[in-house]
Design a protein around this ligand. Structure first.
Ligand code: CMC
Length: 392
């Protein structure tokens, strides 16, 4: 054990060399493949960013058209997958449904399990996953609602098609609102990668055993689900609603978060790497105002969130610990404004993070990294002799 360095929670341990995402936590900088998150969120489409993350360069017109066409060819899921949906109770959390159904893709495409995959086979798996995950995600919501499932509409682009599968009614013509499509596009870009976070590290460690991309991403979805990671976006809205229901007493919740005898934390606050404003939160806060204005929505939860931020950022507890709003703090207010139900928020995060997971899995495989296998320092009992049951 003398050779083992202990770093519980990997606070200072680099696990890989990566060329995908650059993050400076002190300065609040985030770049995908060298491009600033601000510029990408302003100018790019989500699928363009997905291509950039996965293949390393922005696509030209021709490669992008082919990429989009390949994706639309695979948006349907196997009809037998409907039977799996049927087996879930309506009360099933959509994240559990999503991870199970993504893992079930290994059964429908068993060739993905072969560790000696050709680059073409890997690309087909990547395209299938990008194409099918929105369908599975929207169907997990439809299953919860007890609604008929909407099949993909390939005449629409990636974001608009997802909204169509979520919200279209068979008897009405569905016209996605461009403001809503733009908002979704921006949010997905902002979530697309974030270097070695908990779910991405999970994807890499599962992938390092040469497991298939589907299994690695299913594991990533489960890691993302937790309230300290992607699950925080659902928790933020629930917290703001709780404050609202409690007469808007924000100070009470700030005090509760500071109380070391209370497990409550300000959800959407703090970050392992950012010790400054999370650049994604900065963009989302501005977008939140714009989108709600354009949609003519006044949400009192936004007022509570802004006030909460103001109070926390003046409080020495948060100042000393450098706790700022993170990506999850304002995103839920936008999701709510565009009609996404609260329990789907983390699913939206997963849809956004998918290209990052794929890019990291691909990078790991291409650089032939060894299996991920941390060490430990054993602190249990020394050698003991087995005691027969009657003598215990
Ligand atoms: N509310 C109150 N206190 C906090 C908070 C918070 N949200 N976050 C951190 N602290 C305190 C923590 O109690 C500790 O205090 P002390 O030094 O007195 O023990 C100190 O700040 C450092 O926190 P930590 O837990 O050691 O930091 P970490 O890097 O292990 O955890 C975190 C990072 C994001 C898990 C944590 O800040 C947190 O739980 N935040 C709330 C959940 C959340 O918003 N998660 C989303 C993260 S961003 C998007 C994503 O990854 O999905």
């Amino acid at each position: 054990t003398g050779l083992v360095t202990l770093d519980i929670g990997y606070k200072n341990t680099g696990a890989t060399k990566s060329a995908i995402t650059f993050l400076d936590g002190d300065l609040g900088i985030l770049r995908y493949r060298g491009y600033s998150i601000e510029e990408l969120a302003e100018k790019a489409s989500f699928l363009e960013v997905a291509y950039l993350l996965i293949y390393g360069e922005l696509p030209n017109k021709e490669t992008f058209e082919k990429f989009k066409k390949d994706i639309t060819l695979h948006t349907l899921v196997h009809e037998d997958m409907r039977k799996i949906f049927d087996g879930f109770p309506a009360s099933a959390h959509p994240m559990g449904v999503l991870s199970s159904l993504v893992c079930s893709l290994t059964a429908f495409y068993p060739a993905s399990l072969n560790p000696n995959r050709s680059p073409d086979a890997v690309n087909l798996t990547i395209i299938r996953l990008l194409a099918k995950m929105p369908t599975i995600a929207a169907w997990s919501y439809k299953n919860e609602m007890g609604h008929p499932l909407n099949y993909p509409n390939n005449a629409l682009d990636y974001c608009a098609n997802f909204l169509y599968m979520m919200f279209a009614y068979p008897t009405e013509k569905y016209e996605p609102d461009p403001v809503v499509v733009d908002a979704l596009n921006k949010l997905l870009i902002l979530h697309a990668d974030h270097e070695q976070n908990c779910s991405t590290s999970t994807v890499r460690i599962v992938g390092s055993s040469q497991a298939s991309l589907y299994s690695a991403v299913a594991a990533g979805i489960n890691a993302l689900w937790g309230p300290l990671h992607g699950g925080a976006n659902q928790e933020v809205i629930e917290m703001l609603e709780m404050i609202q229901a409690d007469g808007g007493n924000i100070q009470k919740y700030v005090d509760k978060a500071k109380d070391k005898n209370d497990t409550f934390r300000l959800m959407g606050f703090g970050h392992r790497v950012y010790k400054n404003f999370d650049p994604r939160a900065r963009i989302i806060k501005v977008a939140c105002d714009n989108i709600l204005n354009k949609l003519g929505i006044h949400d009192p939860l936004l007022e509570i969130a802004k006030k909460l931020e103001e109070i926390a950022l003046k409080d020495p507890y948060f100042v000393e610990r450098k706790l700022y709003p993170n990506v999850d703090f304002y995103s839920g207010i936008i999701y709510k404004a565009i009609g996404i139900p609260t329990e789907m928020f983390t699913v939206m995060f997963a849809l956004g993070r998918l290209p990052g997971w794929i890019a990291q899995w691909r990078e790991l495989n291409m650089s032939r990294e060894p299996i991920g296998r941390p060490r430990q320092i054993y602190i249990g009992e020394k050698e003991r002799k087995y005691v027969p049951m009657e003598n215990r």
